[in-house]
Ligand binder design. Sequence first.
Ligand code: AMP
Ligand code: MG
Length: 514
Amino acid sequence: MNLDQITQQYLELFPGDLSGNPMQRQTPKVVFSTAKIAHFENPELIISNEKLSEEIGLGKIEKQEDLDFLNAKYLPSNVKTYATAYAGHQFGNWAGQLGDGRAIFAGEIKNDQGLKSEIQWKGAGATPYSRHADGRGVLRSSVREYLMSEAMFHLGIPTTRALSLSFSGEQVVRDMLYDGNAAYEKGAVMTRTAPSFLRFGHFELLSAQGEIETLQQLTDFTIENYFPEIDSDSPNKYADFFKTVSEKTADMIVDWFRVGFVHGVMNTDNMSILGLTIDYGPFSFLDEYDLNFTPNTTDLPGRRYAFGNQAKIAQWNLWQLANALFSLIKDESILENILNDFNTNFWIKHDEMMAKKFGFDKLQEGDDEIFTSAQQVMQDLEIDYTLFFNKLETYSDDIDFKIHFKEVFYSRTTEEQFEKLKEFLTLYQNRLAKNSISKTDSLNLMKANNPKFIVRNYLLFECINELNEGKKDLLTKLLIALENPYEEIYPEFSVKRPNLYDGQTGCSTLSCSS
Ligand code: AMP
Ligand code: MG
C-alpha cells in the first residue's frame, strides 16, 4: 500500500488541539484533536477490501506493514492521527459536544483521478471525545458495519466504505442490552473510508460555540472540496450549499425506502454532509413491511427513527443544520423555502422511485393510489418487502396468486386478506397494461431497482456467531452475495426470515451498544 502518500490536511488547515492529551474533555474552538491509536499487540485480519484499496489510491495490500497498518498495530512516520469534534441532536435533544469517540483518522489519500478519500480506524482507541467509553469496537458491531456498508455500496446507495476488519486481540466488556449483564466480547477494529466523514454535527458544534469564522472556513472548505457543482465565488454559495445537502439527503432517503433500509439512529451526528449512509449501528433491512418498525431498542418508546419516519426526521435534521448555517446565510426565508422544498422534492423522487420498483414507464395519474394500496396490503398481511417485489416480477394473472405469493407472509392470511391482495394485483395488472414501454423494458426496470439479495439481520447474526466460533464460511458467501445484490446467487438467501429469529435479540431487536 502507498502508506507514505497519506496526508493530513486538517492538521494544516484548521485550528486543532495538538497537545496529544488523551483525557476526555471539552475542546472548544477546535475542529480536531490529535489522538493515538492503540497499537494492538496481537491483532488478526479477518477481511480486507483490496478492490477499494486500489480504487482510492492506496494500492495493493501486500506487505506485513500494510496489514499491521490496517490492524492499528503500526503507523508509518508520515501518519499523524487525529479525531474530530462534532456535536449533535440525539433523539431530538441537543447533546452538545460528541466527536469521534471510537474513530481515529489516519488522514487522506488521493487516487490517480485526484479523488480524495479519508481513512479511519473504528475501534482503535479512546480519544478526547470518548465520553467515558473505551474507544474500542466489538466483533458484533464491526462485522455489521463492514458487511452492511459494502452491501449498500453494491446496491448503488451512497455510503461510507469498509476497507478492513480485524480481531483486535483484546476482550471488550459490553452491557449489550443495557440491563446490567455486562460480558466480555471479542474486540475488533475496522478501517473505513469516505470522501469526507463530515457530519451535520460538525457545523452544529461550531455554530453553538459561536466560532463563526471557523464555521465559515469549514463550510468554504467543504464546498471547495466536495461540492464542485457550487460556484465558490457566488454570493449565494452558502444557500446553494444548504440546498445541495438537502437534495443529496433526500436522494439518500429515497434509496433507503427503495431497499427497505432502516438506519435506526438518525441523530444529527450520524448525518453525513455528503448524503452518505454513515454510522451503521442498530440498523435493519425490513423483513415484513412495517412503516412503524424500528430495530433500535433505545428508540422503542417513541419510534422516532421508524422506517416510515425517516424522511420526516431527515427534514428535522436539516432544520438543525439550517440553524447552524444561519449565521452564514442570514436569511430565514431562504432556509425555510429549501426546507419546504425538501418535503415536496422528496415525495416526487419517492414516487418516481416506486414507479420503477413496480416497472412503470413513468408516473401516471392514479399511481399514488396503487402505491398506497400496495403499502396497505404489505403492512396488513405482514408481507416481506423484498420478496414481494421479486414475486411481482414473475406474476401474471393466469397463475394461482395464492401459490405464487405463499412464501412472502409472516403470519396466517385470512380469505378476506387474500381478497385484498387480489384486488391490489388486479389494479396493478391493469396499470401495467397502460405502460408505454415493452414488457421486457418494464421487467428490466424492476430487476434494476428491486434487490434479490439483502443482508438480513438474521444472516448477520448467524455470521457473527460463526466468526465467534472461528468459522468464516457464511462470511465468505455473504461477501459474494452482497457484491451482486440484483442477482440470485445463493437461492437459500432468497427466503424470508426464519421463524426461529422472530424477536431474537441482536437480530430483530438491537441496541446502540457497540
Ligand atoms: P453513535 O451512537 O455510534 O452514533 O455514537 C454516539 C457518540 O458516542 C459518538 O460521539 C461516538 O464516538 C461515541 N461512542 C460510541 N461508542 C463509543 C465507544 N465504544 N467508545 C468511545 N466513544 C463511543
Ligand atoms: Mg455516530
